[in-house]
Design a protein around this ligand. Sequence first.
Ligand SMILES: Cc1ncc(COP(=O)(O)O)c(C=O)c1O
Length: 393
Amino acid sequence: MLDIDRILSDTPGVMGTLFFDSAGSSLPPLPVLDAVIGHLRLEAQVGGYRAAEVAGERLAGVKQSIARLIGAAPEDVALLDSAGRAWNEFFSAVPFERGDRILTCRADYPSNAINALKAHKTLGVSVEVVPSDQHGRIDLGALAAMLDERVRLVSLVEVPTNSGLVNPVREVVELAHAHGALVLHDACQSAGQLPVDVAESGVDAASFTGRKWLRGPRGTGFLYVNPKTTAGLEPRVLGTFTTAWTGPDEYEVAKDATRFEQWEGNIAGFLGLGAAVDYLLDIGVDEASAAVRASARLLREGLAQVPGARVWDLGDDLCGIVTFSLDGADSVSVAGELAKHTVSCHYSRRTSAQHDMAAKGLMDVVRLSPHYFNIASEIDAVLELVADIAKAA
Ligand SMILES: Cc1ncc(COP(=O)(O)O)c(C=O)c1O
């Protein structure tokens, strides 16, 4: 059972706004603010190097917390600045050869898709989109039929930026591994609103961001790499000190996930990320996830009653991202109207999810993403506002 009173008093951002943008950049709770600001103050007093030494144990604890959250070992986690960076650090380490195939899904995210297209242009690999099934998820039958020994990588977005869809991860990994392909799991929109367990899924790598459902600071993210299947992969760019310069003409790449890190980083941000993960672990991932899904369900049910509103989330197992459009209104303006009434939400354009938006025939959708700190009266208030905007459209 969530202690909603405590959660609200820990979340100053809920005062005076109806915050429905946790898929964008959520509201950090007080322990995250304290961790970040406290470390910045310490840096101002003693300098960044000394401050990092003082925070050494807590800094090591960040990876331990992340490891607990995702079912990994701490040494298999690299701290980075975003999910996009994490995804690309791994992707660019894969030694693609001309003629290799990359399989992606309709839920693909722009920076993933664009870098795969670049690999097509520069390395001569093919990039193929696996069709979706009748529920909108990656079609496992089609995936099985497309897999062969030339598939080097399956790039799977579990939860897209622009809908409540949840793609199956473990099933994709099982199929891909049977053909010797690696799986790169984009868990950017998953962690914090859904359980993520890399030991259970068996993925080869997974990318995460801090600022969304985890409620961490901006400019933080992390990469998980599977030590069993990716030990030989050398990052495209080796970091200072995370790779040892062992002699004038030689270097030694770290064996663990630190090989994907840079030595320099946002220490205050990482401490904030650790505080965010601890906060979530304290609340309970399953409790948080159930609350998110329940609020999203209420929103979808309410939107279905609004004349002229269409809900666009596909799937029989939807998560916390709720997308809709209003007949006769473009979604950017609808989000703008909502903002005038203190609703923080966002929209997704065609360019945010080319495959999925084209399949739906959409140029844009409004995106509401409730977190476990949103209460029923806020959901009612948003639905009323949407109904008013729909009437005026
Ligand atoms: C599904 C998905 N993947 C990756 C990203 C990129 O995350 P970041 O902005 O942390 O690089 C996003 C951001 O919205 C996303 O929604």
